[in-house]
Design a binder for this molecule. Sequence first.
Ligand code: ATP
Ligand code: MG
Ligand code: MG
Length: 550
Amino acid sequence: EEAVSKNFIEQEIEKDLAEGVYDHVCTRFPPEPNGYLHIGHAKSILLNYGLAQKYNGTFHMRFDDTNPTKEKTEFVESIKADIKWLGADWGDHLYFASDYFDQMYEYAIKLIKKGKAYVCDLTADQIREYRGTLTEPGKDSPYRDRSVEENLELFENMRAGKYADGEKVLRAKIDMASPNINMRDPILYRVARMTHHNTGDKWCIYPMYDFAHPIEDAIEGITHSICTLEFEDHRPLYDWVVRECEFANPPRQIEFAKLYLTNVVTGKRYIKKLVEDKIVDGWDDPRLVSIAALRRRGFTPESIKMFVDLCGVSKAQSSVDYAMLEYCIREDLKLKRARMMAVLDPIKLVIDNYPEGQIEYLDAPNNLENEELGSRQLPFGRELYIEREDFMEEPPKKYFRLFPGNEVRLMNAYFVTCTGFEKDEDGNVTVVHCTYDPETKSGSGFTGRKVKGTIHWVEASTALPATVRLYENLIDEEKGVYNKEDGSLNLNPNSLTEKEIFVESNFADAKAYESFQFVRQGYFCVDSHDSSKEHLVFNRIVSLKSSFKL
Ligand code: ATP
Ligand code: MG
Ligand code: MG
């Protein structure tokens, strides 16, 4: 049996199961519904879902909607769609943190009664001042020793709306001298008049993240609450909350390093500006790495899973190259997709000895490495489109494609020999002439002679005009993501190129999100916004070649 190494979270979980700390595994993905999910979130989703699956456990989807200012219902739907698309199935386990507001309030009262929380009248600035620094302990608030009765009354008044926003807060009573600043009497509740998308105006006090999150996890029976590294020094507070609230079998928090991609824009603020400045076409522009953008570009859930698995799970912050994501989509599509004909920079090829007006249908295998994909009928005739770069008037050494006198194979069709060409006034080649040899039909078993070059083509009278979008990185990689002077983005002016192309007639029924290999050109996906039956639009997912090595 192959030894499969386990990541450190799996090791922790297995230890917990072996020691009987938990008898099952329950994980969750807890996004704030305040934006679109990106590739980093995909890592967290697939990690949490994967762990639940691996240990026959349960995976919860929970909207962490305790901070009403930034949240929007619109995002709830997009987040659900993205997670479903990735294949993480939460079954009946869809939750909203705001559904626990009543319980959170009760836990706050419990803490007050235990003498573990107090109402504090210091202003935000004073609280900061009293909190101390890394090298200096904090000072106790003058309100720290209020009686339980007084605290209960004041907290009730906070809830009843008797104070202005920010006038009073509820704080945990922990240790103002703790070396961990998060433990210096952190705020649990604040007064804030905000309409919540779920609870409306029912509440004018809202719990802070560090108080709400462990309670949400504990209420749901989460066992392993997996989060990113920046919460590592909040863990003592997480443990304090679940302990003081007296949850039986409380969850434990485990941190891992965020996924970062090199030279990729993920910050919401920056993407918002790119959208507003119309540099990108929305949050799902195929040059972005939101999950919606990756889907639109033509990435598959399988390719993203492969990518996340390759990145691994660790405690060390690092950044992964976009080329690895490209490697994963190539690997995923190479045996799954048909290899079809499209000419991206067309010039005419006229076969002068082929009967005028005749169209024959040639059998073309869809994928030479995967016979299961079958074959299709490819129209062939006297006039074709070929790539401009597949003809040269004066070829350099080792150029095996078309030039006067040279013979090549037209892929899936015949050998043709170049007999001449036409140019326009500017000296650009417009038409290439050739003759074909009927004996050399592909699949006929012809062995009479060999040619060194094979080129692709599309029959002109049946070809469909289409638009193709070729992408480069949005960021100028030489300069890095941010401008050192003003913090703006270093944009690559060539990140999008649109071309009018011809594709074979078999694309007639291509639907949004369907993807194909265009022979020699890469993998392409039908654009979900702009493509129509009348005029197809394709996004290049990735070219075929890469210098990336695993
Ligand atoms: P962003 O600001 O990029 O949207 P966030 O932290 O605000 O990120 P949340 O909605 O709070 O996003 O995150 C939901 C979950 O996704 C959290 O558990 C968080 O740790 C995880 N997550 C966010 N970004 C990454 C990342 N780059 N890599 C791995 N996990 C991430
Ligand atoms: Mg977020
Ligand atoms: Mg967050």
